[in-house]
Design a protein around this ligand. Sequence first.
Ligand SMILES: [Ca+2]
Ligand SMILES: [Ca+2]
Length: 281
Amino acid sequence: MEPNPSATCVTTGPTRPHTLTRYARTDSETGGASPLLRVDTLCSMVVLSEVHREASRKGEPMRHLMGVLVLLLCLTLVFGLVACGIADIVKDDVAPSTPTITKTTPDNDNTPTFSWNAATDDGTGVDHYEVNMDGGWIWLKAGDVTTYTWYAELSDGSHTFEVKAVDNARNAGTAASLTFTIDTTFPIISSVTVPSITETGCTIAWTTNEDTTCQVEYGTTAAYGTSQPASINFLCSYAYCHMINLTGLTADTTYHYRVRAIDSSGKETISRDYSFVTVPS
Ligand SMILES: [Ca+2]
Ligand SMILES: [Ca+2]
């Protein structure tokens, strides 16, 4: 018979990792019959023993007696299953291996999907995987799967996804983690001004709502033709300020210009067309 990890029952906690494991007989053993009875519900023995202990402590004789009878019945059933070869008691105190995570959806997907390679386990085998986001105090049971799509929309910024394998004896492996960044917003360009103009040059200033790499396109028509990166960039009050000094311009001439801003995730915003006139000579 081959052990069937998907139908096992943990009868004790991690400190005594003995697992009652159901075995699924092969077709040759069963003559093609369906797998044997599930024994998962026998986990309740642990609960019953606790009820029995509590009733005994409180001096409730009937409840105490019922607890003893049900516990004896369950024990008889368990040992009967073991004796018949339907189930077995397995010792397992070795945690599963650590998976390797891959993020399988495009960057900036705020409900990302992750996949990981199947963990290996000595003893009872991997029962399920648990996942976590940003160190949350609750680990979510993902099931016996190797892919998971996060259930809620994540905010822009840095996040850390973790996954760990848990075997049928409740041993949890070391978690694997993957840190990634989500940026769903395009830069906002505002406060575009020309604070100074001369015969042959000018200064253009503007702000963006996030850290960006900027450049100015300019020319004597709205087709521009020349591009130059911002030469001054600094963090100002609640914004990122940028400036550029244009030189070599022609006096008394109308120039068109626009600003391009690209954020760290490659999202680009292009401003509308602006214009200025250089000082006559
Ligand atoms: Ca194990
Ligand atoms: Ca952005």
